[in-house]
Ligand binder design. Structure first.
Ligand code: MRU
Length: 353
């Protein structure tokens, strides 16, 4: 099972006034805990993927917006609100695709607004409690996603997953990996295939490490081997996380996810998306409106190689996410249940007011 404190992907040390993160860029060779306090440091950690995964970056940003005003000497609510909003804007600009980042910051701002005119001390305590609630609600959501997801799986199945949607990417348990942890407790004996997930290798470095540490049977494959394991009958379900689910069910997730969905359809394998309701963005009508982050060329040409491996002048296209067509998704699993097509209706019922 995922670790107890202090090894959490993200947590608050309120006595020290710091956000404590596992630096995910150093895993699996080193487990280094970072202690960050300023919005600038926390933005950098999110941008550089020291903390990553949609729910985890939302939680980190929520704590970051609280830490930004924790030591403030603002004399009244208006001054405190100005400081909060400057930090919020900075943190929200770190990464565009995962809606959980802006969702968590909006929720923090809503709490601030609900206390308009109140003394600064009271507002600070309320923002700390709100950030803690975002974290603890995510933990409960991940557990429920695990239970709901497990109901779709059978003992002994081969499961393929992409990127890392485990405890490192959330407050605990994960989303796509949560059913695997629950299944392990109950002796399901899953055999998991982890895509390495080029270019940043979240599958090879993080998912393989997480599952191996937990004693779950995991086999690492390169991204281009997914078709082979499917064709050989080694995979009975694909489980992936999500960064933003549009109102029609189109889903943004780590680059490479949409290709897996096409392969799964071809091979007649169910393709499940798992994520908390906070990842559903009903204000985004379709996948076409989801902003897709593009990242530096260096991640493709140099990172992880002893020497640059591509010609110096070659053009590089490095989108960090892709959008999977709703028509390729068998079901979307959240803490509130399992949404099935047509997603326009099922997601509105699940995530609507
Ligand atoms: O760029 P990353 O590593 O933050 O991308 C993460 C993913 O795409 C995850 O699958 C998604 O955020 C869900 S995490 C529970």
């Amino acid at each position: 099972m995922p670790p107890e404190e202090p090894l959490r992907s993200v947590r608050l040390d309120d006595d020290a006034g710091a956000l404590v993160l596992i630096d995910q860029t150093l895993l699996p060779s080193e487990t280094v805990l970072l202690r960050l306090s300023s919005p600038e440091e926390i933005r950098e950690a999110i941008y550089s993927l020291r903390v990553r995964g949609a729910p985890a970056i939302g939680i980190a940003a929520a704590y970051g917006s609280y830490l930004a005003i924790r030591e403030s000497s603002a004399r009244d609510w208006d001054e405190l609100a100005r400081e909060f909003r400057a930090a919020k804007e900075l943190l929200a600009s770190a990464r565009p695709t995962a809606v959980n980042l802006s969702w968590a910051l909006e929720r923090m701002e809503g709490r601030l607004e609900s206390l308009r005119g109140r003394p600064c001390g009271e507002v600070k305590s309320a923002l700390r409690a709100e950030a803690e609630a975002i974290r603890s609600e995510d933990e409960a959501a991940c557990r429920a996603i695990g239970e709901n997801g497990l109901s779709l799986l059978r003992p002994g199945w081969g499961v393929l997953t992409h990127c890392n949607a485990g405890w490192l990417a959330t407050s605990r348990y994960g989303t796509a990996l949560a059913p695997l942890y629950m299944g392990q407790e109950r002796g399901y004996g899953f055999r998991v295939f982890a895509d390495e997930t080029r270019p940043l290798l979240q599958g090879a470095r993080l998912t393989a490490w997480e599952l191996d540490q937990a004693g779950i049977d995991v086999t690492l494959i390169c991204d281009n081997m997914a078709s082979t394991v499917m064709r050989r009958g080694m995979v009975q379900a694909v489980l992936v996380g999500c960064d933003r689910v549009a109102a029609d069910g189109d889903t943004a997730n780590k680059i490479g996810t949409s290709g897996l969905a096409v392969l799964a359809r071809h091979h007649g394998i169910p393709f499940y998306v798992l994520g908390p309701v906070s990842t559903i963005d009903l204000s985004c009508p379709t996948g076409a409106e989801i902003p897709v982050e593009e990242r530096p060329a260096e991640e493709v040409t140099e990172r992880w190689y002893a020497r640059r491996m591509a010609p110096a002048q070659v053009k590089v296209f490095n989108p960090a996410f892709d959008v999977t067509d709703a028509s390729l998704i068998t079901a979307i699993v959240t803490e509130r249940g399992i949404a099935r097509p047509p997603y326009g209706e099922s997601l509105r019922r699940m995530a609507g007011p």
